[in-house]
Design a protein around this ligand. Structure first.
Ligand code: DON
Length: 312
């Protein structure tokens, strides 16, 4: 349903109200399985909205850099679709929720190595493996450049996060090798897992995340730089997948209560997109047991209710 363009004065006020409402929630905990993420100050909390015509509204710790983590999966999905097409992604990776945690090996075993979704770890690695490139360096540059185009400036890896993740990612390496054994990974498992780990370690701010999302909201054109980044024909597939698996086992809850395509990361980031209108981003490191930012979800619910943003 096409809705009226958002009233930015009202949006700004709602963003501030959402921040003060969700701020009092001290529940949840930083991700601890990646040591560098456990050290991020837990009380940070930022919110940003970027409209499809490029208005930026921010509140709280919206310029604090944090690791993009699983939110990266959305942007790699977009870049790889651009390279191989939507049908190839559907056939080789899939587009269904797994009903299991984001790093589940059982989910893979249940489907003979097909990851089902580009938004779980297995599917994100399958997605990376599908990106055509002459070698690992070229593949990594394509990913980093692509994300930077979405953000509208050059992004960089947080070295401390990458080092920490690379030293502790044996579970993801296991997933990559398991897929390789099933023939559902399309490049070298160690190289693929390393590139995936690096993409998760890219530093973004809440503002960067909302600009990246606003590029999706704005038909694939970054509203700040005016550059076309992704073919709009892929956007419905990306939004559908974000709805189905963007918050893993809480995706249904998010669709029910917020009603927008979303994506979380264990760095505490959360993105929601109102197609055609705006993107909302949150950063708050305390996570629920599924791995989604507690305050981020609370703030998104508040904003969606206050502005009647649900697509349903
Ligand atoms: O692969 C991992 O476990 C992390 N680099 C990313 C996981 C993640 O962000 C899950 N999302 N909430």
């Amino acid at each position: 349903m096409q809705k009226n363009i958002i009233d930015t004065k009202k949006l700004e006020a709602v963003l501030k109200q959402a921040h003060s409402t969700a701020e009092s929630d001290q529940s949840g905990a930083n991700a601890s399985y990646i040591p560098a993420l456990a050290k991020v100050p837990s009380n940070l909390f930022g919110l940003t909205a970027v409209t499809a015509d490029g208005t930026v509204l921010e509140t709280g710790d919206s310029s604090y850099p944090f690791a993009i983590e699983s939110i990266s999966k959305v942007f790699s999905m977009a870049l790889v679709m651009e390279a191989v097409g939507a049908q190839e992604m559907l056939k080789k990776v899939g587009a269904d929720p797994t009903g299991l945690p984001f790093n589940s090996v059982m989910a893979l075993e249940l489907h003979r190595g097909k990851p089902l979704s580009p938004l779980v770890n297995a599917g994100a690695m399958a997605t990376v493996s599908l990106l055509p490139a002459a070698n690992a360096d070229e593949k990594w540059q394509k990913i980093l450049d692509g994300y930077s185009q979405f953000a509208g400036h050059s992004l960089e890896v947080m070295d401390a996060v990458y080092t920490s993740e690379a030293a502790t990612n044996s579970h993801n390496k296991g997933i990559a090798w398991l897929m390789s054994s099933y023939g559902t990974l399309y490049d070298d498992p160690d190289t693929t897992c390393d590139i995936y780990t690096k993409q998760c370690s890219i530093a973004i701010t809440c503002k960067d995340l909302a600009v990246m999302g606003s590029t999706l909201a704005n038909g694939g054109v970054n509203p700040i730089t005016g550059k076309a980044i992704i073919n709009p024909e892929f956007l419905p597939h990306i939004f559908a997948e974000m709805t189905m698996e963007g918050l893993y086992g809480a995706s249904g809850d998010f669709a029910y209560t917020v009603g927008l395509p979303g994506k979380s990361g264990v760095g505490g980031g959360l993105l929601a997109v109102v197609p055609g209108q705006l993107a909302l981003s949150a950063f708050s490191p305390r996570l629920d047991p599924i791995g989604n930012s507690v305050r981020g979800q609370k703030a998104m619910r508040f904003i969606s209710d206050a502005l009647d943003l649900s697509l349903y």
